[in-house]
Design a protein around this ligand. Structure first.
Ligand code: HEC
Length: 194
């Protein structure tokens, strides 16, 4: 049996009753540095959980990777453009980087006639351009047909031939933006203009 430990320096601290294998403990308050570390960790945990998991204020790692992958995919798409391939166009229309570039072109050049909503005459009857979000097309609604309409224009009706102005990449981007409002396989109707 060991001797009892010496009494603590500070008054009021008691030796606890129990003894395990001769080891006894003081009934000490945990030191402040230790408690503040614990409280700090709890506060940090709650704030972290809120910012990342609930509010989404900071993009999570998965989202950052997706964004980087989309950039890489967009560069690949642009370097191997195949404007006669519907599947490729649908892929482009699901790439946020590609679509966003197209949106910028659309917003600077196409909205005077088709409106920011793309809904043209369907939203404001006096608008010059037709609705690009519905399923009824004047000049064909498959991706490559839309590409041809945008690149060659409909001069007689006031729709500019855009490919000479924009080049192939930007034309493809803006078509991808139009397609981002559509689904592959949706039922389309084609009614040539009178
Ligand atoms: C000056 C007005 C004007 C501008 C600017 C304009 N368009 Fe048009 N667009 C039209 C008109 C008018 C038509 C309908 C042509 C017709 O009646 O045959 C049309 C038709 C279209 C069609 C075919 C719709 C269908 O139903 O087949 C697409 C796609 C299109 N525009 C995309 C664009 C894009 C993309 C831009 C910007 C790069 C753009 N337009 C800019 C006036 C415009």
């Amino acid at each position: 049996m060991h001797a009892s430990p010496p009494p603590p320096d500070e008054p009021g601290i008691k030796l606890r009753e129990h003894s395990y294998d001769g080891i006894q403990e003081y009934d000490q308050r945990l030191p402040n540095w230790w408690l503040y570390t614990l409280y700090g960790a709890i506060v940090f945990w709650v704030a972290y959980w809120f910012v990342y998991m609930i509010a989404g204020l900071v993009p999570a790692d998965g989202a950052k990777i997706d964004a980087e992958m989309a950039k890489i995919a967009a560069v690949k798409m642009a370097s191997s453009l195949d404007v006669a391939n519907d599947d490729k166009f649908w892929e482009m229309s699901r790439n946020p980087v590609f679509v966003d570039a197209g949106k910028q072109t659309f917003n600077s050049l196409c909205i005077p006639c088709h409106l920011p909503s793309m809904r043209g005459k369907a939203e404001i009857p006096t608008a010059v351009g037709p609705d690009l979000t519905d399923y009824a097309w004047l000049h064909g609604g498959t991706p490559k047909e839309i590409y041809v309409t945008v690149s060659k224009g409909v001069i007689a009706k006031g729709m500019v031939a855009w490919e000479p102005v924009l080049g192939q990449k930007k034309t493809a981007e803006v078509v991808a933006y139009v397609l981002s409002r559509h689904q592959p396989g949706e039922t389309i109707t084609v009614q040539p203009p009178q």
